[in-house]
Design a protein around this ligand. Sequence first.
Ligand SMILES: Cc1cc2nc3c(=O)[nH]c(=O)nc-3n(C[C@H](O)[C@H](O)[C@H](O)COP(=O)(O)OP(=O)(O)OC[C@H]3O[C@@H](n4cnc5c(N)ncnc54)[C@H](O)[C@@H]3O)c2cc1C
Length: 422
Amino acid sequence: MQVKTLILGAGLTGLSTAYHLEQNGQNDYLLVEKEPVCGGLCASTQSHGFTYDYGGHLLHLHTPEGKKLVKKLLKTNLSRLSRNAFIYTHGVRVPYPFQAHLAALPATVRKECATGLLNRPSFKTVSTFEQWCLAAFGAGIYEHFFKPYHQKIWNCNPAQLTADWCAPFVPVLSAQDIRRSLQKTNRKHYGYNSYFYYPKQGGIGSLAQALAAKISHLQLNSTVTAVDLKRQTAVVNGHVVHYRYLINTLPLKDFTKLLKGQNRLKKQADFLKSVPVTVYHLVIARKVRPFSWLYFPEKDVPFYRVGLQSAFSAHNAPKNSSLFYIELPGLAKNTPALRKKIWTCLVQKGIIKRSDRPVFSAWQSVTHAYVIYDKKRTQVVSFLQNALAQHSCYCGGRYGSWNYSFMESALLEGKSLAQKVK
Ligand SMILES: Cc1cc2nc3c(=O)[nH]c(=O)nc-3n(C[C@H](O)[C@H](O)[C@H](O)COP(=O)(O)OP(=O)(O)OC[C@H]3O[C@@H](n4cnc5c(N)ncnc54)[C@H](O)[C@@H]3O)c2cc1C
């Protein structure tokens, strides 16, 4: 088989690439996806009347272009929702973001945070995430929130991570804002996610489905097992496909392993690190007080974030039930002991009641959920992408570019990838 452009992976990036190729009048392409459904991490599962995503998948639309595309695709199937998020720590519930609501903390913790703020080092010598947090918020806020929370997800010390990724995601406040956060309830909205969008029906997967409906050459159940950059061929379900351009949205580390030869690239890809997460979906037969999501930085709680999927859309769960997504660090095994521990913690934190009963549950895992921004990452990613581009192979998406990005970027990257095809 011969195609001009072969696109690997029908997550949002691959789907958007195919969509934009067609918009550019380029119809000679094939988009291959190993799963029986498209969407990748932006797929939703419908089961027993519930709709759930791979953990929280909310649309943060920050560019006019991204917003326009999503609205064009989802039309009226889109709601705008306000964030209602909290952090459970030190026995209290602190509104998110932590740094803007220090008044909610117990007096001793608040004092440590305030002292740290007044003695912040400068940003001048910042290179690690730890140094960045210290310069932005001081030692108290770092020790009481940023360090334990990030250590829990990334399973490593923030001193080993770079600060390359964090600026768009961690709201830095003015000195005046922070002083205000110490004195009284702060009603100002902060951060990239103070409001967000979500489909009215069909879960987040309806975005991927809307894209899929607009493209012609999507092949599901099709696994890529080998790529020969020199001959410009890929093996898909055992068949050789010849291409002129290869667009890769598979995780960069996994993709490199599929290459014939290319030992230098494989050696570099070995440096790329990521952490998996596990998502436990749980339903109880009662409506709980609505919230968007909650953070749990403390070690003795097995999960780091809990979201209320049924709060994003009335169609995600039947009336009088609550559907939670509970995100756990690493690959957690679905055992009765872990389920009991999760349940006990949810009761202790007052999220569910002892008298509640689970009526449905499901487990999912994401292998490369968060890529690790260590000292090697930037250099290795740019080396690999440049080397691959010399063979007309272009990588994109959260894992193809091995970065920390969102669905809006996946959609926009698909457009840029389509422009590589001449
Ligand atoms: C826990 C979690 C929460 C998130 N929350 C949000 C959020 O709230 N908002 C937001 O905007 N973003 C969020 N994201 C990020 C979002 O999921 C990604 O940015 C986006 O879905 C990435 O799309 P992609 O197409 O680049 O990658 P993917 O979705 O990973 O797509 C890659 C595709 O390649 C396929 N594939 C893999 N190997 C092969 C093979 N050998 N052959 C063929 N196909 C293959 C996969 O099956 C998959 O469909 C979250 C991510 C995680 C992990």
